[in-house]
Design a protein around this ligand. Sequence first.
Ligand code: SF4
Length: 345
Amino acid sequence: MAIDAGADAVMDLSTGGDLDKVRREILKACAVPLGTVPIYQAAIEAISETGALVKMTTEKIFEVIERQAQDGVDFMTLHCGVTQNTLQRLKHQGRVTDIVSRGGVFLTTWMIANNRENPLYEDYDRLLAIAKKYDITLSLGDGLRPGSLADATDRAQIGELVLLGELAQRAWEQDVQAMIEGPGHLPLDQVEYNVLLEKRLCRGAPFYVLGPVVTDIAPGYDHITSAIGGAWAAAAGADFLCYVTPGEHLRLPKVEDVREGVIVTRIAAHAADIVKGVKGAVEWDHKMAQARKDLNWEEQIRLSVNPELARKMREESSPRISDVCTMCGEYCALKLVKKALHPEK
Ligand code: SF4
């Protein structure tokens, strides 16, 4: 459904079932880049093999990363910036929603229980060697992203971002591609400067924003709260938008949620592409405007971001033979103005 709805990439975030089989089946069916979060599988296998997440070994983490890389995964979210140091900063900061990243919490639990440093940070060179060997793009995860407006742009978030910038640079020095994951929950007036901070602190590294969700009060509509933030972020320079579904904060998304989430995220990205001057973006809008002026319904449907929905609405409410729609009916402004301004046509 994600690919059908126009997603440029998909991620396998499975935490149940036969994880190797699921990933390999997705890879077989997937025509776009596939991302994963290997710490999920490492933690789940550790729990099933030893009975406890905290008994996960460093070897298990790297073995899973390599296993997924061998399968042909294209990019991996790795929470290398969750360190003892950044966790101290988080504790001193005092947050409302502490940590909302699943991978970030797995690592935090393990690090506190074992009083150890994050292996993804401590053995970062080992990670880079695997990424280089299998041509994996690192998506440096924001384990400490704000999970509420109250925690937006705090010292914990920015402290992690500084570290991710340093790690991206180390990746590039080894010819490994890296992008930076970003918030999260941000009020509208913090979206643009979060993008500018990331571009500055991470030397222009691609910014992969998870929303951002611009208000916390709209469960059921978080595809919209995130599309508002995504459009703003992308217009300010963010490079890659992670979709959010209407089910966010409430449930695992259903298939229809996936379609809705992808489409509204594509709308957000397109709105930003227009103001960035991306080739072909505004031309799409201009073609739609002409089709509207011409009352060319087939062309309007063809040009729609969701042609199926546009056709359904058109056919439900307007007689097929009518050249206008039910909004203004016989008083159709476009039709009347054509007669008034261009009687010869
Ligand atoms: S009837 Fe009104 S809404 Fe419909 S096409 Fe004409 S002007 Fe547009």
